[in-house]
Design a protein around this ligand. Sequence first.
Ligand code: PSU
Ligand code: MN
Length: 305
Amino acid sequence: MKPWLHFSEEVREARDSGRPVVALESTIIAHGFPYPENYQLALDLEAMLRDLGVVPATIAILQGNVKVGLSPEELLLLAKDGNMAKASLRDIPVLMAKKENAATTVSSTMQVADWAGISVFVTGGIGGVHRHGEQTFDISADLQALSRFPVAVVCAGAKSVLDLPKTLEVLETWGVPILGYRTQQFPAFYLRDSGLALDYSIDHGREAAAILEIKRAVEQPGGILVTVPIPEESELDEDRFNTLLQTILQEMETHGVTGKRITPYLLGRLHEASGGDTVQANLALVKNNLEVGAEIARALHCQQP
Ligand code: PSU
Ligand code: MN
């Protein structure tokens, strides 16, 4: 047992009785969507996972406590507080010492999932190498976290605000297997296809579960990335999205938006500028990813002795 972890009753019971658990991050709630859509999303994601036969564990740091599983009141706090900090890996011990609140990103959620013995984590998109990363060195800690923690991360790829070819190169350097779910192409979040080919495709979550199990059995550190294209009916129009993106990138340069502010700023502006269409697409892709995450979690559960 890790005494610094604070489990909700539901997650504790699931662990004690050996039921499958899927982790969810909280940056998506605090910084990924406007209120109140974000609160509804947080509740919907948990309810959908329960319907899929797995127990949800939303992760955050509240008053310095590392929380695994949140109450509706705690989800509301994350959704409503416009100034919630965004905790990357390195922030965890500082926030614990200072007894502060923060939403967890992919990197910090993976760390907590690993501590908690949770093998599957579902999100929308991962961070990556930012454009001009070769000058700024702005490479999300998410990529290194994937090389360190033995967790299957299910996402819809990454947004083309990032440099996607460089992101894939770094994942290769750090030894992270990438699996396309029923696709041979790396998905680009709002778009089904980034135009970048993947080496491996799977047809069912149980294949991802088997790969993760082998990776652990042969003592290779780190996790795997399972990428699921946004459902066709929810995909954005490519030209329209690229035009929006160019305008916003320009704006960000003018306003000097850099570092960890990039993703929240971009998401917020996209949501405004698209008249809410990117919110709908984002909701659809996260919900779609849940089904794949539940497949993996159920398959890992069946393989347990
Ligand atoms: N991509 C999204 N929505 C998000 C994020 C990424 O489409 O909310 C969040 C995730 O929590 C991810 C983080 O881990 O942004 C990456 O931030 P950074 O680039 O600062 O590492
Ligand atoms: Mn960064």
